[in-house]
Design a protein around this ligand. Sequence first.
Ligand SMILES: Cc1cc2nc3c(=O)[nH]c(=O)nc-3n(C[C@H](O)[C@H](O)[C@H](O)COP(=O)(O)OP(=O)(O)OC[C@H]3O[C@@H](n4cnc5c(N)ncnc54)[C@H](O)[C@@H]3O)c2cc1C
Length: 396
Amino acid sequence: MSAKLNVVVAGAGIGGLAAAALLSTAGHRVVLFDRFGAPAPVGSGLMLQDTGLAVLGAMGLRDRLTDLGSPIRRLHGRTVPKLRTVLDVRFSALRPDLHAVGIQRTALFDALLGAALAAGADLQTSTEIARVDAKTGTLEDNRGRQFGPFDLLIDGLGANSPLSRKSHRPLPYGALWITLDWPELGPFDAGALEQRYRAARKMAGVMASGSAIEGQTRKATYFWSIKGDGFEAWRSTPLDAWKEEAIALWPETSDLINAVEDHDAFSFARYRHRTHDKPVQGRLIHIGDSWHAASPQLGQGANMALLDAYALFLAVSSGSLETTPQRYLQYRRSHVRLYQLMSFLFTPVYQSDGAVLPFLRDWLAAPVSRAPPAPALLAAMVSGAVGRPLKKLGLA
Ligand SMILES: Cc1cc2nc3c(=O)[nH]c(=O)nc-3n(C[C@H](O)[C@H](O)[C@H](O)COP(=O)(O)OP(=O)(O)OC[C@H]3O[C@@H](n4cnc5c(N)ncnc54)[C@H](O)[C@@H]3O)c2cc1C
Protein backbone atom coordinates (compact mmCIF):
# COMPACT_ATOMS: atom_id res chain seq x y z
CA MET A 1 0.00 0.00 0.00
CA SER A 2 1.53 3.35 -0.98
CA ALA A 3 -1.05 5.70 0.68
CA LYS A 4 -0.05 6.86 4.12
CA LEU A 5 -2.71 6.11 6.70
CA ASN A 6 -3.78 7.90 9.88
CA VAL A 7 -3.62 5.12 12.43
CA VAL A 8 -4.59 5.13 16.09
CA VAL A 9 -3.36 2.44 18.46
CA ALA A 10 -5.26 2.22 21.74
CA GLY A 11 -3.01 0.61 24.37
CA ALA A 12 0.78 0.84 24.56
CA GLY A 13 1.29 -2.75 25.71
CA ILE A 14 3.22 -5.43 23.91
CA GLY A 15 0.96 -5.71 20.86
CA GLY A 16 0.15 -2.00 20.63
CA LEU A 17 3.79 -0.89 20.80
CA ALA A 18 4.86 -3.48 18.22
CA ALA A 19 2.06 -2.42 15.84
CA ALA A 20 2.93 1.26 16.35
CA ALA A 21 6.63 0.61 15.68
CA LEU A 22 5.99 -1.45 12.55
CA LEU A 23 3.39 0.90 11.03
CA SER A 24 5.37 4.06 11.85
CA THR A 25 8.48 2.54 10.29
CA ALA A 26 6.41 1.88 7.15
CA GLY A 27 5.65 5.61 7.03
CA HIS A 28 2.11 5.75 8.44
CA ARG A 29 1.10 8.46 10.94
CA VAL A 30 0.54 6.67 14.23
CA VAL A 31 -0.96 8.04 17.45
CA LEU A 32 -0.70 5.77 20.48
CA PHE A 33 -2.93 6.23 23.56
CA ASP A 34 -2.45 4.69 26.99
CA ARG A 35 -3.96 5.38 30.37
CA PHE A 36 -0.64 5.22 32.21
CA GLY A 37 0.81 8.53 33.40
CA ALA A 38 4.33 7.47 32.48
CA PRO A 39 5.24 4.55 30.22
CA ALA A 40 5.72 1.38 32.29
CA PRO A 41 4.90 -2.29 32.00
CA VAL A 42 3.02 -4.22 34.69
CA GLY A 43 4.28 -7.59 35.92
CA SER A 44 7.47 -9.58 36.20
CA GLY A 45 9.09 -11.85 33.60
CA LEU A 46 7.74 -13.76 30.64
CA MET A 47 8.83 -16.27 28.06
CA LEU A 48 9.50 -15.23 24.50
CA GLN A 49 8.93 -18.17 22.19
CA ASP A 50 10.29 -18.82 18.71
CA THR A 51 7.21 -17.06 17.30
CA GLY A 52 7.64 -13.82 19.25
CA LEU A 53 11.41 -13.91 18.71
CA ALA A 54 10.89 -14.15 14.93
CA VAL A 55 8.75 -11.00 14.97
CA LEU A 56 11.31 -9.22 17.14
CA GLY A 57 13.95 -10.37 14.63
CA ALA A 58 12.03 -8.74 11.78
CA MET A 59 11.94 -5.56 13.89
CA GLY A 60 15.69 -5.67 14.53
CA LEU A 61 15.25 -6.20 18.29
CA ARG A 62 15.94 -9.90 18.68
CA ASP A 63 19.69 -9.85 19.34
CA ARG A 64 19.45 -7.15 22.00
CA LEU A 65 16.62 -8.97 23.83
CA THR A 66 18.28 -12.37 23.54
CA ASP A 67 21.42 -10.87 25.10
CA LEU A 68 19.42 -9.38 27.98
CA GLY A 69 17.32 -12.51 28.54
CA SER A 70 18.10 -16.02 29.59
CA PRO A 71 17.77 -19.05 27.27
CA ILE A 72 15.09 -21.50 28.41
CA ARG A 73 15.41 -25.01 26.98
CA ARG A 74 13.04 -26.98 29.17
CA LEU A 75 9.76 -26.74 31.12
CA HIS A 76 9.94 -29.07 34.07
CA GLY A 77 7.11 -29.57 36.57
CA ARG A 78 7.02 -31.97 39.52
CA THR A 79 4.27 -32.89 41.96
CA VAL A 80 4.57 -32.55 45.72
CA PRO A 81 5.19 -34.61 47.84
CA LYS A 82 6.20 -37.46 45.51
CA LEU A 83 8.29 -35.34 43.13
CA ARG A 84 6.85 -37.14 40.11
CA THR A 85 7.71 -35.36 36.88
CA VAL A 86 4.38 -34.52 35.24
CA LEU A 87 5.54 -31.82 32.82
CA ASP A 88 8.70 -32.23 30.83
CA VAL A 89 8.94 -30.26 27.63
CA ARG A 90 12.33 -30.03 25.96
CA PHE A 91 12.38 -27.63 23.02
CA SER A 92 15.20 -29.65 21.41
CA ALA A 93 12.71 -32.49 20.80
CA LEU A 94 11.40 -30.37 17.91
CA ARG A 95 14.66 -28.76 16.72
CA PRO A 96 18.13 -29.05 18.29
CA ASP A 97 18.69 -25.28 18.48
CA LEU A 98 15.13 -24.36 19.52
CA HIS A 99 14.69 -22.54 22.84
CA ALA A 100 12.65 -19.81 24.47
CA VAL A 101 14.04 -16.71 26.18
CA GLY A 102 13.10 -15.75 29.74
CA ILE A 103 12.93 -11.95 29.75
CA GLN A 104 12.12 -9.13 32.13
CA ARG A 105 8.88 -7.52 30.98
CA THR A 106 10.62 -4.14 31.34
CA ALA A 107 13.32 -5.16 28.84
CA LEU A 108 10.73 -6.10 26.21
CA PHE A 109 8.61 -3.02 26.91
CA ASP A 110 11.59 -0.64 26.71
CA ALA A 111 12.78 -2.15 23.43
CA LEU A 112 9.33 -1.89 21.81
CA LEU A 113 8.68 1.60 23.17
CA GLY A 114 12.09 2.78 21.92
CA ALA A 115 11.36 1.34 18.47
CA ALA A 116 7.90 2.97 18.30
CA LEU A 117 9.15 6.40 19.38
CA ALA A 118 12.24 6.25 17.15
CA ALA A 119 9.97 5.48 14.18
CA GLY A 120 7.90 8.58 14.93
CA ALA A 121 4.83 7.23 16.77
CA ASP A 122 3.14 9.93 18.87
CA LEU A 123 2.55 8.55 22.40
CA GLN A 124 -0.23 10.26 24.39
CA THR A 125 -0.32 9.19 28.04
CA SER A 126 -3.02 9.64 30.74
CA THR A 127 -5.75 8.92 28.20
CA GLU A 128 -8.21 6.22 29.21
CA ILE A 129 -10.07 5.06 26.12
CA ALA A 130 -13.70 4.27 26.79
CA ARG A 131 -15.54 4.02 23.47
CA VAL A 132 -15.08 3.63 19.75
CA ASP A 133 -17.21 4.45 16.75
CA ALA A 134 -15.86 2.12 14.08
CA LYS A 135 -18.07 3.68 11.38
CA THR A 136 -16.76 7.22 11.80
CA GLY A 137 -13.29 6.03 12.86
CA THR A 138 -13.30 7.96 16.15
CA LEU A 139 -12.38 7.18 19.74
CA GLU A 140 -13.57 8.74 22.97
CA ASP A 141 -11.86 8.74 26.36
CA ASN A 142 -13.41 8.60 29.83
CA ARG A 143 -13.42 12.43 30.00
CA GLY A 144 -15.54 12.67 26.86
CA ARG A 145 -12.70 13.84 24.64
CA GLN A 146 -13.06 12.75 20.98
CA PHE A 147 -10.13 11.70 18.80
CA GLY A 148 -10.09 11.14 15.07
CA PRO A 149 -11.31 10.33 12.54
CA PHE A 150 -8.65 7.73 11.74
CA ASP A 151 -8.31 5.40 8.76
CA LEU A 152 -7.47 2.46 10.99
CA LEU A 153 -8.22 1.89 14.70
CA ILE A 154 -6.21 -0.76 16.52
CA ASP A 155 -7.45 -2.08 19.85
CA GLY A 156 -4.42 -3.17 21.90
CA LEU A 157 -6.10 -2.49 25.27
CA GLY A 158 -5.49 -5.97 26.63
CA ALA A 159 -7.68 -8.49 28.42
CA ASN A 160 -10.14 -5.93 29.82
CA SER A 161 -10.51 -3.84 26.68
CA PRO A 162 -13.71 -1.77 26.77
CA LEU A 163 -13.69 -1.91 22.96
CA SER A 164 -14.15 -5.66 22.68
CA ARG A 165 -17.48 -7.02 23.61
CA LYS A 166 -17.37 -10.53 25.00
CA SER A 167 -17.77 -11.49 28.65
CA HIS A 168 -14.89 -10.50 30.93
CA ARG A 169 -15.51 -13.31 33.42
CA PRO A 170 -12.19 -14.20 35.04
CA LEU A 171 -10.81 -17.74 35.49
CA PRO A 172 -10.92 -19.12 39.05
CA TYR A 173 -7.15 -18.83 39.49
CA GLY A 174 -4.57 -16.09 39.22
CA ALA A 175 -1.04 -15.70 40.52
CA LEU A 176 1.33 -13.53 42.48
CA TRP A 177 4.44 -12.60 40.54
CA ILE A 178 7.72 -11.19 41.79
CA THR A 179 11.18 -10.40 40.43
CA LEU A 180 14.07 -11.43 42.69
CA ASP A 181 17.83 -11.79 42.31
CA TRP A 182 18.75 -14.99 40.50
CA PRO A 183 20.58 -17.33 42.91
CA GLU A 184 23.77 -17.86 40.90
CA LEU A 185 24.93 -20.68 43.19
CA GLY A 186 21.82 -22.82 42.68
CA PRO A 187 19.73 -24.81 43.30
CA PHE A 188 17.73 -23.96 40.16
CA ASP A 189 18.40 -24.84 36.55
CA ALA A 190 18.91 -21.54 34.70
CA GLY A 191 17.89 -23.25 31.45
CA ALA A 192 14.47 -24.36 32.70
CA LEU A 193 11.14 -23.01 33.84
CA GLU A 194 10.71 -25.17 36.95
CA GLN A 195 7.36 -25.72 38.65
CA ARG A 196 5.93 -27.55 41.64
CA TYR A 197 2.27 -28.60 41.99
CA ARG A 198 0.12 -29.90 44.80
CA ALA A 199 -2.75 -31.46 42.77
CA ALA A 200 -3.83 -28.45 40.65
CA ARG A 201 -4.63 -26.27 43.67
CA LYS A 202 -1.14 -25.04 44.49
CA MET A 203 1.49 -24.16 42.00
CA ALA A 204 4.79 -22.32 42.21
CA GLY A 205 7.31 -21.58 39.49
CA VAL A 206 10.83 -20.23 39.09
CA MET A 207 12.41 -19.02 35.85
CA ALA A 208 15.61 -17.14 35.05
CA SER A 209 14.51 -13.93 33.34
CA GLY A 210 17.78 -12.12 32.64
CA SER A 211 18.39 -8.40 33.15
CA ALA A 212 16.13 -5.46 32.49
CA ILE A 213 19.09 -3.35 31.39
CA GLU A 214 22.63 -4.17 30.37
CA GLY A 215 24.94 -4.76 33.35
CA GLN A 216 22.15 -5.39 35.87
CA THR A 217 22.42 -8.57 37.98
CA ARG A 218 20.42 -11.48 36.57
CA LYS A 219 16.91 -11.83 37.91
CA ALA A 220 14.54 -14.68 38.70
CA THR A 221 10.81 -14.58 38.13
CA TYR A 222 8.91 -16.41 40.86
CA PHE A 223 5.15 -17.03 40.81
CA TRP A 224 2.69 -18.47 43.27
CA SER A 225 -0.86 -19.38 42.24
CA ILE A 226 -3.81 -18.22 44.33
CA LYS A 227 -7.55 -18.25 43.86
CA GLY A 228 -8.72 -15.20 41.99
CA ASP A 229 -10.87 -14.05 44.90
CA GLY A 230 -8.20 -14.92 47.47
CA PHE A 231 -5.94 -11.91 47.00
CA GLU A 232 -7.37 -9.72 49.77
CA ALA A 233 -7.31 -12.63 52.25
CA TRP A 234 -3.67 -13.35 51.33
CA ARG A 235 -2.79 -9.69 51.69
CA SER A 236 -4.30 -9.40 55.14
CA THR A 237 -2.45 -12.49 56.44
CA PRO A 238 1.09 -11.96 57.81
CA LEU A 239 3.67 -12.61 55.09
CA ASP A 240 5.47 -15.15 57.30
CA ALA A 241 2.44 -17.47 57.19
CA TRP A 242 2.61 -17.48 53.39
CA LYS A 243 6.40 -17.95 53.46
CA GLU A 244 5.96 -21.05 55.60
CA GLU A 245 3.43 -22.51 53.17
CA ALA A 246 5.52 -21.68 50.09
CA ILE A 247 8.69 -23.16 51.58
CA ALA A 248 6.79 -26.29 52.65
CA LEU A 249 5.67 -26.76 49.03
CA TRP A 250 9.18 -26.24 47.66
CA PRO A 251 11.94 -26.18 50.29
CA GLU A 252 14.63 -25.21 47.73
CA THR A 253 12.95 -21.82 47.26
CA SER A 254 13.58 -20.79 50.88
CA ASP A 255 16.42 -18.35 50.12
CA LEU A 256 14.40 -16.73 47.35
CA ILE A 257 11.30 -16.46 49.49
CA ASN A 258 13.06 -15.18 52.56
CA ALA A 259 14.32 -12.27 50.46
CA VAL A 260 10.74 -11.01 50.03
CA GLU A 261 10.06 -8.13 52.41
CA ASP A 262 6.39 -7.29 52.02
CA HIS A 263 3.19 -8.09 50.19
CA ASP A 264 3.56 -5.05 47.95
CA ALA A 265 6.61 -6.53 46.25
CA PHE A 266 4.24 -8.87 44.37
CA SER A 267 2.04 -8.08 41.40
CA PHE A 268 -1.22 -9.95 41.34
CA ALA A 269 -2.68 -11.07 38.01
CA ARG A 270 -6.13 -12.57 37.69
CA TYR A 271 -6.38 -14.67 34.56
CA ARG A 272 -9.09 -14.50 31.93
CA HIS A 273 -10.02 -16.67 29.04
CA ARG A 274 -12.10 -15.15 26.30
CA THR A 275 -12.03 -14.92 22.54
CA HIS A 276 -13.65 -11.88 20.99
CA ASP A 277 -16.04 -13.13 18.30
CA LYS A 278 -15.43 -10.15 16.01
CA PRO A 279 -11.68 -9.52 15.77
CA VAL A 280 -12.34 -7.03 12.96
CA GLN A 281 -15.29 -4.61 12.85
CA GLY A 282 -15.13 -2.18 9.95
CA ARG A 283 -11.93 -0.23 10.43
CA LEU A 284 -11.50 -1.40 14.05
CA ILE A 285 -9.01 -4.26 14.49
CA HIS A 286 -8.34 -6.10 17.75
CA ILE A 287 -4.87 -7.42 18.51
CA GLY A 288 -3.38 -9.34 21.43
CA ASP A 289 -5.42 -10.00 24.55
CA SER A 290 -8.29 -7.78 23.40
CA TRP A 291 -8.94 -10.48 20.79
CA HIS A 292 -7.78 -13.59 22.65
CA ALA A 293 -7.03 -13.49 26.37
CA ALA A 294 -5.85 -16.73 28.01
CA SER A 295 -4.17 -17.90 31.19
CA PRO A 296 -0.36 -17.74 30.85
CA GLN A 297 -0.16 -21.52 31.33
CA LEU A 298 1.10 -22.08 27.77
CA GLY A 299 3.22 -18.90 27.81
CA GLN A 300 1.86 -17.60 24.49
CA GLY A 301 0.10 -14.27 25.13
CA ALA A 302 2.94 -11.84 24.49
CA ASN A 303 4.07 -13.90 21.52
CA MET A 304 0.57 -13.96 20.05
CA ALA A 305 0.31 -10.18 20.48
CA LEU A 306 3.59 -9.78 18.56
CA LEU A 307 2.34 -12.12 15.80
CA ASP A 308 -0.91 -10.13 15.54
CA ALA A 309 0.99 -6.86 15.26
CA TYR A 310 3.21 -8.23 12.52
CA ALA A 311 0.24 -9.76 10.66
CA LEU A 312 -1.54 -6.43 10.74
CA PHE A 313 1.53 -4.64 9.44
CA LEU A 314 1.78 -7.17 6.57
CA ALA A 315 -1.93 -6.87 5.81
CA VAL A 316 -1.65 -3.07 5.65
CA SER A 317 1.53 -3.22 3.55
CA SER A 318 0.38 -5.75 0.98
CA GLY A 319 -3.10 -4.62 -0.03
CA SER A 320 -5.62 -1.81 0.13
CA LEU A 321 -7.24 -0.45 3.30
CA GLU A 322 -10.42 -2.30 2.29
CA THR A 323 -8.67 -5.68 2.11
CA THR A 324 -6.62 -5.18 5.31
CA PRO A 325 -9.13 -6.74 7.76
CA GLN A 326 -9.62 -9.91 5.71
CA ARG A 327 -5.91 -10.35 5.10
CA TYR A 328 -5.24 -9.90 8.81
CA LEU A 329 -7.74 -12.64 9.63
CA GLN A 330 -6.27 -14.96 7.00
CA TYR A 331 -2.87 -14.63 8.63
CA ARG A 332 -3.99 -15.09 12.21
CA ARG A 333 -7.44 -16.63 12.74
CA SER A 334 -6.60 -20.35 12.59
CA HIS A 335 -3.56 -20.02 14.89
CA VAL A 336 -5.55 -18.00 17.41
CA ARG A 337 -8.37 -20.59 17.39
CA LEU A 338 -5.94 -23.47 17.89
CA TYR A 339 -4.13 -21.85 20.81
CA GLN A 340 -7.29 -20.61 22.49
CA LEU A 341 -8.59 -24.17 22.39
CA MET A 342 -5.35 -25.67 23.72
CA SER A 343 -5.13 -23.10 26.49
CA PHE A 344 -8.77 -23.73 27.44
CA LEU A 345 -8.12 -27.48 27.68
CA PHE A 346 -4.74 -27.31 29.43
CA THR A 347 -5.33 -24.64 32.08
CA PRO A 348 -7.56 -26.76 34.38
CA VAL A 349 -5.02 -29.59 34.26
CA TYR A 350 -2.56 -27.34 36.09
CA GLN A 351 -4.85 -24.86 37.87
CA SER A 352 -8.22 -25.99 39.21
CA ASP A 353 -9.90 -27.29 42.34
CA GLY A 354 -10.80 -30.69 40.89
CA ALA A 355 -8.99 -33.92 41.67
CA VAL A 356 -9.77 -35.89 38.51
CA LEU A 357 -7.75 -33.91 35.96
CA PRO A 358 -4.58 -33.75 38.10
CA PHE A 359 -4.94 -37.48 38.75
CA LEU A 360 -5.16 -38.22 35.02
CA ARG A 361 -2.28 -35.78 34.42
CA ASP A 362 -0.04 -37.58 36.92
CA TRP A 363 -0.86 -41.18 36.06
CA LEU A 364 -1.80 -41.11 32.38
CA ALA A 365 -0.76 -37.96 30.54
CA ALA A 366 2.73 -37.74 32.05
CA PRO A 367 3.87 -41.24 30.96
CA VAL A 368 2.21 -40.88 27.53
CA SER A 369 3.94 -37.54 26.99
CA ARG A 370 7.33 -39.26 27.08
CA ALA A 371 6.58 -41.62 24.17
CA PRO A 372 7.38 -40.38 20.64
CA PRO A 373 6.01 -38.36 18.91
CA ALA A 374 4.62 -36.67 22.06
CA PRO A 375 7.88 -34.85 23.05
CA ALA A 376 8.10 -33.16 19.63
CA LEU A 377 4.40 -32.30 19.66
CA LEU A 378 4.67 -30.77 23.13
CA ALA A 379 7.70 -28.73 22.08
CA ALA A 380 5.77 -27.54 19.00
CA MET A 381 2.81 -26.57 21.14
CA VAL A 382 4.82 -24.60 23.71
CA SER A 383 7.01 -22.89 21.12
CA GLY A 384 3.87 -21.61 19.38
CA ALA A 385 4.60 -23.55 16.17
CA VAL A 386 1.34 -25.51 15.88
CA GLY A 387 -0.53 -24.16 12.84
CA ARG A 388 2.74 -22.81 11.36
CA PRO A 389 2.07 -19.14 12.09
CA LEU A 390 5.54 -18.02 10.98
CA LYS A 391 5.22 -19.63 7.55
CA LYS A 392 1.99 -17.72 6.95
CA LEU A 393 3.78 -14.48 7.79
CA GLY A 394 6.85 -15.26 5.70
CA LEU A 395 9.03 -15.38 8.83
CA ALA A 396 9.90 -19.12 8.80
C1 LIG B 1 1.19 -12.95 35.17
C2 LIG B 1 1.29 -13.10 33.71
C3 LIG B 1 2.33 -13.85 33.14
C4 LIG B 1 2.42 -13.98 31.77
N1 LIG B 1 3.45 -14.71 31.21
C5 LIG B 1 3.54 -14.81 29.87
C6 LIG B 1 4.62 -15.54 29.23
O1 LIG B 1 5.47 -16.15 29.87
N2 LIG B 1 4.68 -15.52 27.88
C7 LIG B 1 3.77 -14.87 27.14
O2 LIG B 1 3.87 -14.88 25.91
N3 LIG B 1 2.74 -14.19 27.69
C8 LIG B 1 2.61 -14.15 29.03
N4 LIG B 1 1.57 -13.47 29.59
C9 LIG B 1 0.56 -12.87 28.73
C10 LIG B 1 1.00 -11.54 28.18
O3 LIG B 1 1.49 -10.67 29.19
C11 LIG B 1 -0.18 -10.88 27.50
O4 LIG B 1 -0.81 -11.81 26.66
C12 LIG B 1 0.31 -9.69 26.67
O5 LIG B 1 0.85 -8.68 27.50
C13 LIG B 1 -0.85 -9.13 25.85
O6 LIG B 1 -0.40 -8.00 25.17
P1 LIG B 1 -1.42 -6.86 24.76
O7 LIG B 1 -0.62 -5.88 24.00
O8 LIG B 1 -2.61 -7.47 24.14
O9 LIG B 1 -1.93 -6.24 26.13
P2 LIG B 1 -1.12 -5.62 27.33
O10 LIG B 1 0.33 -5.94 27.22
O11 LIG B 1 -1.87 -6.03 28.55
O12 LIG B 1 -1.27 -4.05 27.12
C14 LIG B 1 -2.48 -3.36 27.26
C15 LIG B 1 -2.15 -1.87 27.40
O13 LIG B 1 -3.37 -1.16 27.35
C16 LIG B 1 -3.39 -0.19 28.37
N5 LIG B 1 -4.81 0.02 28.68
C17 LIG B 1 -5.68 -0.88 29.17
N6 LIG B 1 -6.93 -0.36 29.23
C18 LIG B 1 -6.83 0.91 28.77
C19 LIG B 1 -7.78 1.94 28.53
N7 LIG B 1 -9.08 1.78 28.77
N8 LIG B 1 -7.33 3.09 27.98
C20 LIG B 1 -6.01 3.27 27.69
N9 LIG B 1 -5.08 2.33 27.90
C21 LIG B 1 -5.48 1.16 28.42
C22 LIG B 1 -2.59 -0.77 29.50
O14 LIG B 1 -2.07 0.25 30.33
C23 LIG B 1 -1.49 -1.50 28.72
O15 LIG B 1 -0.38 -0.67 28.50
C24 LIG B 1 1.46 -13.36 30.95
C25 LIG B 1 0.42 -12.62 31.53
C26 LIG B 1 0.33 -12.50 32.88
C27 LIG B 1 -0.81 -11.71 33.49
